[in-house]
Design a protein around this ligand. Structure first.
Ligand code: KIV
Length: 287
């Protein structure tokens, strides 16, 4: 009998991460099972309860409270200034706004670089105070000890490789893993993250061929952003993919809506109604 590969097997609809029938909160064990089934899944960022609630109702199975909130939500130029207190506050809001999605809280710059003990203390705050189901941190081999201790303490870790925005001051924003040496380093980092116990690896701005090789080499899923179509999962920053972000977007972003013009037009219509006396009307008033 011809063997079918995991990637060709039909997904059991009741178990599927997206479109599945389960109503309990998704765990990292469900993520591991999805890789075994060869099932692809979507992840979006979220920074507040209301947006997270919309995505939860739409069936998005994994949400990342990313430190991209720095640029997309808090008005900073980079992710570097974001604090752990801010991440705890936003993560708690996202957890409150959802009932099914696995919520991953980002460890911000300065909250884990000092070493494993600092990393565990920060991860513990995200779990105890915000209620996230997992944390994410940047770096493979350089964050090995941190990943190991957090995982051994019972907190699932998602690793982040390739372009790591917290290192913007040394790395800049450019494709990573080009050339043999850099590609081998990235592959080594991915395996190190897996060996340290990470349950998934984000690959940001990496050549598609390299992301495909990493995806084939790992037992844990890869989550691509600007890393081509071969990753097990894809993540986008929600304000980018909904057309809310101002200015030029990276080439890897696909826009699924134009919220910036929808919201701008609604704000102008309201302003014109107020100025022209068309709002409020009788049905909006109390007597
Ligand atoms: O902070 C973030 O949103 C991220 C994603 C881009 C993966 O790290």
């Amino acid at each position: 009998m011809t063997q079918i590969s995991a990637a060709q097997k039909p997904v059991d609809g009741s178990k599927a991460l997206y479109g599945g029938k389960g109503t309990r909160r998704i765990t990292v064990r469900d993520i591991t099972a999805a890789k075994e089934r060869g099932e692809k899944w979507p992840m979006l960022t979220a920074y507040d309860a209301m947006t997270a609630n919309v995505f939860d109702e739409s069936g998005i199975p994994v949400m990342l409270v990313g430190d991209s909130a720095g640029n997309c939500h808090l008005g900073y130029e980079t992710t570097v200034p974001v604090t752990l207190d801010q991440m705890v506050m936003m993560s708690a809001a996202v957890v409150r706004g959802t009932s099914r999605a696995l919520i991953v809280g980002d460890l911000p710059f300065g909250s884990y670089q000092e070493g494993p003990v600092q990393a565990l203390r920060s991860a513990t705050r995200l779990v105890k105070e915000a209620g996230v189901g997992a944390v994410k941190l940047e770096g493979g081999e350089r964050s090995l000890a941190q990943t190991e201790l957090i995982v051994q303490s019972g907190i699932p870790v998602m690793s982040h490789l390739g372009l790591t925005p917290q290192s913007v001051n040394t790395m800049g924003y450019r494709v990573q893993g080009r050339g043999d040496e850099d590609a081998h380093r990235l592959l080594r980092d991915a395996k190190a993250a897996q060996d340290a116990g990470a349950f998934a690896v984000v690959l940001e701005l990496v050549p598609e061929e390299l992301a495909a090789e990493v995806t084939r080499s790992l037992q844990i899923p890869t989550v691509g952003i600007g890393a081509g179509a071969q990753c097990d999962a894809q993540v986008l920053v929600w304000t980018d993919m909904m057309g809310l972000t101002d200015g030029k977007l990276p080439r890897f972003v696909k826009q699924y809506a134009q919220l910036r013009s929808v919201m701008g037009d609604a704000a102008k219509a309201f302003a014109e109604d107020v100025v022209g006396g068309a709002f409020p009307q009788a049905e909006h008033a109390f007597h």
